[in-house]
Design a protein around this ligand. Structure first.
Ligand SMILES: *Cc1c(COP(=O)(O)O)cnc(C)c1O
Length: 342
């Protein structure tokens, strides 16, 4: 099977397996796991924040960050197709007690002008705005990448309004590979960032939340409340350290493969995609012109040994990653060609 459903399917590399087997561990709830401590220090240094926290999932990381920045009964401004809004089982409402105030966009990229129009003051009718959430790269926006100046403008505007900004940077290393700036520059003005070790970076489990020492101290308590206090988690952190060291520099290959997929898909009958909009490792294309629904399309593709994800009736997503090299992407394209020719 050629699995292009998500970059979450990446398996740990031999170097990760070795590090997992041989690392030093301790009880991380007592903050005595040297490997977790090393990962947290390393992650904080790479993203240029005071501190970082190892969490089991990106969903938990986003949930914790939103909790740190808000109080019950506030609004969180986010875009309408954001992960926190659509793919996290309403944890924003469940744990944080906030309502999403969504903004519709074409590619998931918000601007300060759009956000400013949605700010709510304290008043007799409104839930006041509690924070701003932005997603970089934007998953359902087809891997769209925030321009640096747009992030800076959002952060400056938010801070002037007394609000904080969390970046869901599940794939912020892909954003860095795409825009050519280090992650520390991308997240320079955001208050907290979450990123996943378990996607394109290839670690088996885990995400990081980074921010000020004070925010991360609080985040550690919320992690425990959510059941995320892990004990000898060094076996996971060891893979995360390898992920940070070895994997960011190869993400460009995944991006080139995604562009190849988009360029060739665009030439196939019934498929609509703009290859110019592919900025990272995600390709979302429309299949209604093939006469198949998206679930029918992916079912037929599966019979040909290729897995992709369907979203609604019309959209299919392919995500490139290091377990699917270029020749496998070419085989996947041949499979798509066969089913669209039928
Ligand atoms: C994958 C992802 C997350 C976190 O997902 P988990 O499966 O909980 O680790 C968060 N945001 C975005 C944009 C994602 O793609």
């Amino acid at each position: 099977m050629i699995d292009l459903r998500s970059d979450t399917v990446t398996k740990p590399t031999p170097a990760m397996r070795h590090a997992m087997a041989t690392c030093e561990v301790g009880d991380d709830v007592y903050q005595e796991d040297p490997t977790v401590n090393r990962l947290e220090e390393r992650a904080a240094a790479i993203v240029g924040k005071e501190a970082a926290l190892f969490v089991p999932t990106g969903t938990m990381g986003n949930t914790i960050a939103m909790k740190v920045h808000t109080h019950h009964g506030q609004e969180v401004i986010c875009d309408a197709r954001s992960h926190v809004m659509n793919w996290e089982l309403a944890m924003m409402a469940w744990f944080t007690g906030c309502m999403p105030r969504t903004i519709a966009t074409t590619d998931g990229i918000l601007t300060w002008d759009r956000i400013r129009a949605e700010l709510k003051p304290v008043g007799p009718h409104w839930a006041p705005t509690g924070m701003i959430e932005i997603e970089n790269t934007h998953n359902m926006g087809g891997g769209a990448v925030y321009p640096l100046e747009v992030i800076d403008e959002i952060c400056d505007g938010a801070h002037n309004a007394g609000l904080r900004v969390h970046m869901d940077g599940a794939r912020v290393f892909n954003a860095a590979a795409s825009c050519g700036a280090p992650v520390s520059r991308i997240v320079e003005r955001v208050d907290t960032v979450m990123f996943c070790l378990s996607k394109g970076l290839g670690a088996p489990v885990g995400s990081m939340v980074a921010g000020t020492r004070n925010d991360i101290d609080q985040a550690r308590l919320y992690r425990k409340r959510l059941g995320g206090g892990m004990r000898q988690a060094g076996v996971l952190a060891a893979a995360g350290l390898i992920a940070l060291q070895d994997m960011p520099s190869r993400l460009g290959e995944d991006h080139a493969n995604a562009r190849l997929l988009a360029e060739r898909l665009a030439t196939l009958p019934g498929i609509a995609v703009d290859p110019g909009s592919v900025r990272s490792n995600i390709v979302i294309f429309e299949v209604s012109g093939t006469g198949m629904t998206a679930p029918e399309f992916t079912a037929r593709l599966k019979e040909q040994g290729v897995l992709m994800g369907s979203f609604g009736d019309r959209h299919v997503r392919a995500v490139t990653h290091f377990d699917v090299p270029r020749d496998a992407c070419e085989s996947a394209l041949e499979a798509v060609q066969r089913i669209t020719a039928q």
